[in-house]
Design a protein around this ligand. Structure first.
Ligand SMILES: [Ca+2]
Length: 263
C-alpha cells in the first residue's frame, strides 16, 4: 500500500510539473474560463430581438432590433413586463444602448445614426452620426464605449460623440472579432461574442481578454424549452447591488447569474 501511495503521489507530482512546464513554454498563463451559477430566472419578452440591455435605478432598459420592429423599452425586471416602449423608425435596425448622464443613447446597425432619448418619456431629444456599423454600447465613468462587429472598441466623448481612441481586443495576441453587446462591470468591459455562448472580460486599458465566461447551457435552465430563441446577447450590471443580468435575442428568460471560478 505504501508503494502504491508513493507511486500515485509521484505520478500526480510529475503531471503537475509537466503542466507547469507546458505553461512556461507558452510564455504566459492560460486565460481563465469561468463558469456560472443561476441566482434567479425571470420572464423576458420572447418577441424582443435584444440588442442593448442596461440596469438603471431598479429598472431594465432594453433596445431591440430588426427593421420595422426596433424599439426602446422600459422593463420591470421581476416580471418582464414592458412598462413603456417606443418604436424607432422603420428604416433603422436598433442596436446597443447605454445611459449617459440621464439620457439613453441608442445605436443603429448600418444607418450610421444614433439616438439620444429622454429616460423617463423615451422621447427623442436629438440624433448624431458615426462612421461604420453600430453594434454594442456601454460607458465607463469617463466616456462611451462602442463595438462595431470587429475586434475594435471605440471610446467616444459622451457629449459630442467624437471618437477619442480605438483599441483592438486580443486573446493570446490574436484579435477577438464580433464584439457585440457590451457592459461596464467592475472596471472591465464585458462583451458578448456574436454567435457564441462566451462573454469576454476585457481590460479597457490594454484590450487584453483577461477572462472568458462560458454560458453554454444557460438558456436551458429555469424553464420550458425555447426553440425560437436566438443567440445570447445582453448584459446588464446593477452596480449598486453588484448583480449581473443576461439574456438573449428572442429568449423567454432573463437570468441573474454569478460568475464561478474555473476548476
Ligand atoms: Ca449592456
Amino acid at each position: 500500500m505504501q508503494t502504491s501511495h508513493f507511486l500515485r503521489t509521484w505520478a500526480r507530482g510529475l503531471a503537475a510539473a509537466v503542466a507547469t512546464a507546458g505553461l512556461a513554454a507558452c510564455g504566459a498563463e492560460a486565460t481563465p474560463y469561468y463558469g456560472f451559477r443561476v441566482v434567479n430566472a425571470y420572464p423576458h419578452d420572447a418577441a424582443a430581438y435584444t440588442q442593448g440591455l442596461i440596469w438603471v435605478d431598479g429598472q431594465l432598459y432594453e433596445s431591440t432590433g430588426k427593421y420595422g420592429a426596433s424599439t426602446v423599452r422600459r422593463v420591470e425586471p421581476g416580471t418582464g413586463a414592458v412598462l413603456q416602449s417606443v418604436d424607432l423608425p422603420d428604416d433603422v435596425f436598433g442596436e446597443g444602448m447605454t445611459i449617459w448622464k440621464d439620457d439613453l443613447v441608442v445605436l443603429t446597425w448600418q444607418s450610421g445614426i444614433g439616438y439620444v432619448l429622454e429616460r423617463d418619456g423615451l422621447s427623442t431629444l436629438r440624433t448624431f452620426r458615426y462612421a461604420g456599423e453600430g453594434w454594442g454600447l456601454t460607458h465607463s465613468p469617463d466616456e462611451l464605449i462602442m463595438s462595431d462587429g470587429t475586434a475594435q472598441l471605440r471610446f467616444l466623448d459622451g457629449e459630442t460623440f467624437a471618437e477619442r481612441r480605438r483599441l483592438t481586443v486580443t486573446h493570446d495576441g490574436q484579435p477577438v472579432e464580433k464584439l457585440n453587446e457590451l457592459e461596464w462591470v467592475r472596471g472591465e468591459v464585458w462583451a458578448n461574442i456574436y454567435q457564441s455562448n462566451l462573454i469576454a472580460r476585457i481590460d479597457p486599458g490594454s484590450g487584453v481578454v483577461v477572462g472568458w465566461i462560458d454560458l453554454t447551457g444557460l438558456l436551458q435552465q429555469g424553464g420550458a424549452p425555447a426553440p425560437d430563441a436566438d443567440v445570447l446577447n445582453g448584459i446588464a450590471w446593477d452596480a449598486a447591488a453588484d448583480r449581473v443580468f443576461v439574456t438573449g435575442k428572442y429568449w423567454p428568460r432573463l437570468f441573474e447569474i454569478e460568475v464561478v471560478e474555473p476548476g
